[in-house]
Design a protein. Structure first.
Length: 308
């Protein structure tokens, strides 16, 4: 006899797995979610929710909560644009407003929200709808037959194992899914585009915004290409660096960075070379961009930083 018998076993408790559990619960189907990490996401990460996603969240009753969380973190209806630096020359506005041209297509709006903000909302709603969520628990083996799947899960702290019988197993365990590999499901297409790095930083960047409502700022200059996302009250954010060097002949493996290099990249994206002095002196005047101090003790880390 199995220790647990559930309609659906979900391996992976991040955005995809928790959304699956929540949506199954909305249809009255119970699930067991096992997530090998001991907690939810520890980095903000980028989440741009389109109208269809918001319509789905409305159907399960958390649209208003997600919208309020988004508005607490970001100004709504911001632009997506390109620039040489946040303080420097603007190259193009790709979307002057993220809801431009689509607002009348749905009662819901597009918005940005961080993964660390969204995951707890999804988990709370999934559990309210009947999901059993177990963090610090990993799927170690499984076998399928004509009627379902038998799996073994293990508590990472105690080492205790349990046998689970489920009608279905959902692999929501990421791009390097061991379940997909075990099933022999190949990935097709280009594969890795770049070995990008995400840098989380603290700096007073509000003066550099100059009153502009910017949701995403794509950066393209001689130092690197990437993009900024800045959260209210505009004293922290993250920079994703896709490549370094000449944008027309880029180096796309940028994982080998230390904290000092992270600080240099953030500075190179925030202000022009002439205004990025290591001194505390900055330009004066209403339109003059200041040179923010990027602390070396701020959170400058790679997106590869593991959760436990």
């Amino acid at each position: 006899m199995p220790d647990d018998d559930v309609p659906v076993l979900i391996a992976g408790g991040s955005l995809v797995g928790m959304s699956m559990a929540m949506l199954l619960g909305g249809h009255g189907i119970a699930s067991l979610v096992v997530e090998r990490h001991r907690g939810a996401a520890i980095h903000p990460r980028a989440a741009f929710l389109l109208q269809r996603t918001m319509e789905i969240l409305r159907a399960v009753g958390i649209e208003a909560e997600v919208r309020e969380g988004s508005h607490a973190q970001f100004e709504p209806d911001g632009a997506i644009m390109s620039a040489e630096t946040l303080a420097g020359r603007e190259i193009a506005y790709h979307l002057p407003n993220v809801n431009a041209g689509v607002r009348d297509m749905s009662p819901c709006e597009r918005l940005f929200v961080t993964q660390v903000g969204l995951e707890p909302m999804l988990r709370a709603r999934a559990e309210a709808l009947g999901a059993d969520v177990r963090f610090g628990t990993e799927l170690v083996e499984f076998a399928q037959d004509a009627d379902g799947v038998t799996a073994v899960i293990r508590d990472r702290d105690s080492g205790a194992t349990r046998e689970v019988r489920a009608r279905y197993l959902v692999a929501a365990d990421g791009p390097r899914s061991p379940i997909r590999d075990a099933l022999g499901i190949a990935m097709t297409g280009r594969g890795v585009f770049s070995k990008a790095v995400t840098i989380y930083f603290g700096a007073d960047v509000e003066p550099l915004l100059r009153g502009r409502n910017l949701s995403v700022v794509l950066i393209r200059n001689a130092e690197f290409t990437g993009f900024f996302r800045v959260e209210k009250p505009y004293r922290s954010g993250f920079l994703v660096v896709h490549s370094v060097g000449d944008p027309d002949d880029p180096v796309t493996d940028v994982w080998d960075v230390d904290e000092a290099r992270c600080v240099e990249l953030v500075r190179a994206g925030l202000t022009s070379r002439t205004s990025t002095s290591r001194s505390r002196t900055s330009c004066a005047g209403r339109r003059a961009p200041t040179s923010p101090s990027v602390s070396r003790t701020a959170a400058c880390s790679s997106s590869a930083t593991p959760r436990t």
